[in-house]
Design a protein around this ligand. Structure first.
Ligand code: NAP
Length: 281
C-alpha cells in the first residue's frame, strides 16, 4: 500500500466515542427516560474555560441533551455563586452541575465545589463525591479514568487478574484508576517520580497506563512484548498534542495501544454525558 503501514492493534478512541454517542442519542430519544438538563457555570473569563464550556454546549446539543450556560462576571460575590448552586441542587429538572475551574482567586474554590450535591456532581469534584467513589458507593465517575477503562473494555480486553502498572498518581488520573482497576479485579502497581527501577516494573505490566505529562517518555524499552499500552498524556509540543508514549517505537511491541490524539481524550466529554444518562442508578 505504497509504504503505508496499517496496524490492527491501535485502539480507536474516536470510533468508540462515536459508538457511545449513538447509544446516548438512542437513549435520549427513548420517551421512557427523561434525561434532565446540564447546567454549566463559568465565573470570569479564563480562555480555556470559555472554550471548554462552548465545547460542552456544542456536544450536548449534538446529542439532544438540554444544556444551560450560566456566565458570571469575574467579580461575582461568593454568596451569589453559593445561592445559584444550592438552587440548582434542588431543581428536579437539573441532572448535572458543572462548575468550570479555576474560579477567580477571591472565591474559596474548595468550599464552593463542596456545595455541589453528589447527585449532580458530574465531574466528581466534591469531597463527598470523591469519598463515595473510593468507598464504592453511588457516585459519578471521574471522566479521564473512566475513559481509560472504557477504551479497554470496548476493545474486549480482559481486566480480571491482569497486572496493571499505572505511571502517575495524580488525584484526577492515577489515584482513581487504582480503584477502578481494583473494582475490575486487576492487580495494580503504581509508579511515580520517586519510583526506583521504573523500567523493571513497567516491563512486568500486562497493561501499562501512562499519565505523567512527559512527551514520548515511554519507549519500547519500558514495555513487555505484547503488552497493552494506554497513553493518557497530552503535552503541547510545538502546537501538537503529544502523548507520554513514543508511539512509533511502542506500536510494534504492544499487542494494543491507544493514540494521542484520538485515544483517551476522545472519550472524556462523551462520558460526561453518559454519566448524566446513567444517573446514579
Ligand atoms: P500530574 O498531576 O502532573 O501528575 C503527574 C504524575 O506523573 C505524578 O504522579 C508524578 O509523580 C508522575 N511522574 C512525573 N514524572 C515522572 C517520571 N519521570 N517517572 C515516573 N513518574 C513521573 O499530571 P496529571 O494531571 O495526572 O496528568 C498527566 C498527563 O495526562 C498530562 O499530560 C495531562 O495533560 C494528561 N491528561 C489528559 C487528560 C485527557 O483527557 N486525555 C485528562 C487529564 C490529564 P509524583 O507524584 O512523584 O510527582
Amino acid at each position: 500500500l505504497g509504504g503505508l503501514i496499517i496496524l490492527g492493534n491501535i485502539i480507536n478512541g474516536r470510533e468508540i466515542s462515536n459508538n457511545i454517542k449513538d447509544e446516548i442519542r438512542e437513549y435520549v430519544k427513548n420517551e421512557k427516560f427523561k434525561v434532565p438538563k446540564i447546567v454549566s457555570i463559568l465565573v470570569g473569563n479564563d480562555g480555556g474555560s470559555i472554550y471548554y464550556q462552548n465545547y460542552q454546549e456544542k456536544s450536548s446539543r449534538d446529542l439532544g441533551i438540554d444544556f444551560e450556560k450560566i456566565i458570571l462576571d469575574e467579580t461575582t460575590d461568593e454568596k451569589i455563586l453559593e445561592d445559584i448552586i444550592l438552587k440548582l441542587n434542588n431543581d428536579d429538572n437539573v441532572g448535572g452541575i458543572m462548575l468550570l475551574l479555576p474560579l477567580p482567586k477571591h472565591i474559596d474554590e474548595k468550599r464552593i465545589t463542596n456545595l455541589i450535591s453528589y447527585k449532580k456532581d458530574l465531574d466528581c469534584l466534591s469531597d463527598v463525591s470523591i469519598g463515595r467513589f473510593y468507598k464504592g458507593e453511588k457516585s459519578f465517575i471521574p471522566c479521564t479514568p473512566y475513559s481509560v477503562i472504557t477504551l479497554l473494555k470496548r476493545s474486549n480486553v480482559e481486566l480480571l487478574g491482569k497486572h496493571v502498572v499505572i505511571i502517575g498518581r495524580s488525584n484526577i488520573v492515577g489515584k482513581p484508576l487504582i480503584q477502578m482497576f481494583l473494582n475490575e479485579n486487576s492487580t495494580v502497581t503504581v509508579c511515580h517520580s520517586k519510583t526506583n527501577n521504573l523500567k523493571e516494573i513497567t516491563k512486568c505490566a500486562d497493561i501499562l497506563v501512562v499519565a505523567i505529562g512527559k512527551p514520548k517518555f515511554i519507549d519500547d524499552s519500558y514495555v513487555k512484548e505484547d503488552a497493552i499500552v494506554i497513553d493518557v498524556g497530552t503535552s503541547n509540543v510545538d502546537g501538537q498534542i503529544t502523548g507520554d508514549v513514543d508511539f512509533d517505537k511502542v506500536v510494534f511491541k504492544a499487542s494494543m495501544i491507544s493514540k494521542v490524539p484520538g485515544g483517551v481524550g476522545a472519550l472524556t466529554t462523551v462520558l460526561l454525558f453518559k454519566n448524566l444518562c446513567e444517573g446514579l442508578k
